[in-house]
Ligand binder design. Structure first.
Ligand SMILES: O=c1ccn([C@@H]2O[C@H](COP(=O)(O)O)[C@@H](O)[C@H]2O)c(=O)[nH]1
Length: 233
């Protein structure tokens, strides 16, 4: 069974992204197309990483604009049938609802607090309170507005699960296997910790794509997750 991992294909070109996708898809359920790839190649990025692979596409565009604009953007990409499309929860309930209504076949995932931000960063951008409290507040608002998935750090997964219940998909970037560098991520945990905290889908990019053999790195993490027994049916 493919592991509940979304590999972030943050590549500078289509060939690299497609190669990573075919290396990791025997081991993971999902590949993530983000701003770097989509802004350069548009829908071709989705087509080429999907290729012949049986894999879900997570389109991580983090939409954040007025409701009408976000609705138009969500409608534009819904036809490529991503499993998930991200919006920023701070865009507010009307904006989130507009994405949900515009893309009925797509699971709208609301990003709560970026995993690169520390509590001190949050304070500086004027969001008072600990990241845990801010994420909780934004999660409740997003789910009330119709989001069916939330993006948070593994540190907040257990609290958000308590807040929104069992039916909402919790997606956690900020995942670092033991011994990997944090790079620009601030709120991190290991894959095993993220799963045990209640995450449904772990976003992992550079620890896999930066490895000499991304396929082997993905297989290694997938095997470690299987050993936890969490989420296995
Ligand atoms: O809060 C967030 C939301 C999205 N991301 C995205 O996840 C990956 C993480 O990649 P790594 O290489 O594992 O750090 C990346 O595409 C981000 O855009 C996030 O990190 N945090």
């Amino acid at each position: 069974m493919a592991a509940p991992i979304a590999v972030a294909l943050d590549a500078p070109d289509l060939e690299t992204a497609a190669r990573w996708a075919s290396q990791v898809t025997p081991h993971v359920s999902t590949v993530k197309v983000g701003l770097e790839l989509y802004l350069r190649y548009g829908p071709d990025a989705i087509a080429s990483v999907r290729g012949a692979n049986r894999v879900q596409i997570f389109l991580d565009l983090k939409l954040h604009d007025i409701p009408a604009t976000v609705a138009g953007a969500a409608r534009s990409v819904a036809r490529f049938k991503p499993a998930f499309l991200t919006v920023h929860a701070v865009g507010g309930p009307a904006m989130i609802r507009s994405a949900v209504d515009a893309a009925p076949g797509v699971c709208i995932a609301a990003v709560t607090v970026l995993t690169s931000l520390s509590d001190a960063d949050l304070e500086r951008v004027g969001m008072s309170g600990r990241s845990l409290d801010v994420a909780r507040r934004l999660a409740a608002l997003a789910v009330e507005a119709g989001a069916r998935a939330l993006v948070c750090s593994p540190h907040e997964a257990a609290a958000l699960r308590e807040e929104v219940g069992p039916d909402i998909t919790l997606i956690t970037p900020g995942v670092r296997p033991a011994g990997s560098a944090n790079q620009d991520q601030a709120r991190v945990a290991t894959p095993e910790e993220a799963l045990r905290s209640g995450a449904d889908l772990l976003v992992i990019g550079r620890p896999i794509t930066g490895a000499q053999d991304p396929g082997a790195a993905a297989a290694h993490i997938a095997a470690a997750l299987r050993r936890t027994g969490v989420g296995q049916h």
